[in-house]
Ligand binder design. Structure first.
Ligand code: ATP
Ligand code: MG
Length: 194
C-alpha cells in the first residue's frame, strides 16, 4: 500500500503556457502549496505521442461533445453551424483533432507532481477547463481568458495552459506514457518530509 504522500499526478504545460512565459509561475503554484516536483522535462511531442495521450473511447469523446454542445446552447450559439452536426460523438472527435494539433504546435513541459491528494490538489490549483469559469487564484483563472466558442469558430482547442490528470488511474497511465522507464525521483523536501 502506497503512503498517501506518495500520490503522483501528471501535469503538462501546454504550448500556450510555454509561449506565454508561464513555466516558472505554474511550477511555483504547485511548489508553494507544498507539492513536490519529482520529474520534469521540456519536450516536443509527436502527433502520435499526443494521440496516445488523450483517450479515444466513445465515453470520453461524447463527454467532450456534450460539454461543447451544452456550452453552445448556454450562450445562444448554433452548434450545427460550426460543426455541421449535432451528434456529440462527432463533435467530440473533431475537438480531439484540434486538441492534438494544438498540443504539438510548440514544446510542452511534462511534469510529475507528488503529494497527498496530488491529483485533486493539482486540479483545484489549475481550475476548471473553461477559463471564464475558473476562479481567480487558480492558474487558469489568473492567466487565461479564452472561450470554447471563439476556439470552435476558429477550429482550434481552448487555450487553457495546462493539462492535469483527472484520476489516480489516469495519472499512472500518463506517467508511464510520458516518462516510461525514466526515473521519477525520490528526495525529501525540507519541512514536508522531515
Ligand atoms: P485537460 O484534460 O487538458 O487537463 P480538462 O480535463 O480540464 O483538461 P477535458 O474535458 O479533459 O478538460 O478536455 C481536454 C482539453 O480539450 C481541454 O483542456 C481543452 O483544451 C480541450 N477542449 C475541451 N472542450 C473543448 C471545446 N469545446 N473546444 C475546444 N477545445 C476543447
Ligand atoms: Mg482532461
Amino acid at each position: 500500500m502506497q503512503h498517501p504522500k506518495e500520490e503522483k499526478t501528471f501535469v503538462l504545460i501546454k504550448p500556450d503556457g510555454v509561449r506565454k512565459g508561464l513555466i516558472g509561475e505554474i511550477i511555483n503554484r504547485f511548489e508553494r502549496r507544498d507539492l513536490k516536483v519529482v520529474a520534469m522535462e521540456m519536450y516536443q511531442p509527436s502527433k502520435a505521442e499526443m494521440d496516445k495521450h488523450y483517450p479515444k473511447d466513445e465515453k470520453w469523446l461524447t463527454r467532450i461533445g456534450e460539454r461543447t454542445s451544452g456550452n453552445y446552447q448556454k450562450y445562444g450559439h448554433d452548434v450545427k453551424r460550426d460543426f455541421g452536426t449535432t451528434d456529440t460523438l462527432k463533435i467530440g472527435k473533431e475537438v480531439r483533432k484540434w486538441l492534438v494539433d494544438f498540443m504539438v504546435s510548440a514544446p510542452i513541459v511534462k511534469i510529475v507532481v507528488q503529494g497527498p491528494h496530488a491529483v485533486d490538489m493539482v486540479r483545484k490549483i489549475v481550475g476548471p477547463t473553461m477559463p471564464h469559469l475558473a476562479e481567480m487564484g487558480t492558474i487558469r483563472g489568473d492567466y487565461s481568458a479564452d472561450s470554447a466558442i471563439s476556439a470552435n469558430i476558429e477550429h482550434r482547442a481552448i487555450y487553457n495552459l495546462i493539462h492535469a490528470s483527472e484520476t489516480p488511474a489516469e495519472a499512472k497511465h500518463e506517467i508511464q506514457h510520458w516518462f516510461g522507464k525514466h526515473p521519477v525521483f525520490k528526495y525529501k523536501r525540507f519541512g514536508i518530509d522531515e
